[in-house]
Design a protein around this ligand. Sequence first.
Ligand code: URA
Length: 230
Amino acid sequence: MRLDKLLAHMDYGSRKEVKELIRKGYVLVNGNVIKDDDFKVDEFNDEINILDSEIKYEEFIYIMLNKPEGYVSATYDYSKPIVLDLIDDYKKRNLFPVGRLDIDTHGLLLITNDGNLAHRMLSPKSHVDKKYYLKYDGKYNESFIQKFKDGITLDDGYKCMPAEFIDLGDNEAYIIIREGKFHQVKRMMEAVGCNVTFLKRISFGNLVLDESLKEGKWRHLTNEEIESLK
Ligand code: URA
């Protein structure tokens, strides 16, 4: 890859700005100052430094976001803020959210540029568990547990796969589902006569929301977390 392209790709500046860094002699490849912006580097094996800091090229980026309400889980929206607006550092890395949370849903959202991983995690055949914490209006009934296990039928006649309802008392619960139909949790609760008033995803497959991440904040996944998704 061209040196200027790599640096711009890694968000060290616009193409013009990184060319300037290179011309000023701030960029070293394998210990040698390179002033030629179309110099070709092996992004996986060459040691690249800007002054004293080493640049690590990673093809794929994996981010955990604690989504606040008010953000659309998409890469573009004509009127509302999108979840990628919360992650400024990687504008040019083609990031996208893996699946969707409703605009008013909070919690764990995986953001990446790894299309294969996203495809695997979202494939209906993969049956990846998603755990939600919710508050709801309506009257709890012990029969919810069996109804969720048997498969709730939604308003459009679709029968959901077996799911888990875990009562927490005081109109709070966890629900674990293995599919991702439109507004699924809210519609499942409607099917048992309740109305979700707060919804937060706390896990997605093996990935668990880091509760130390404040709403609207994100961090890179650890290597262990990345491995656990693969
Ligand atoms: N189910 C919903 O109803 N909304 C979400 O955002 C996720 C699951």
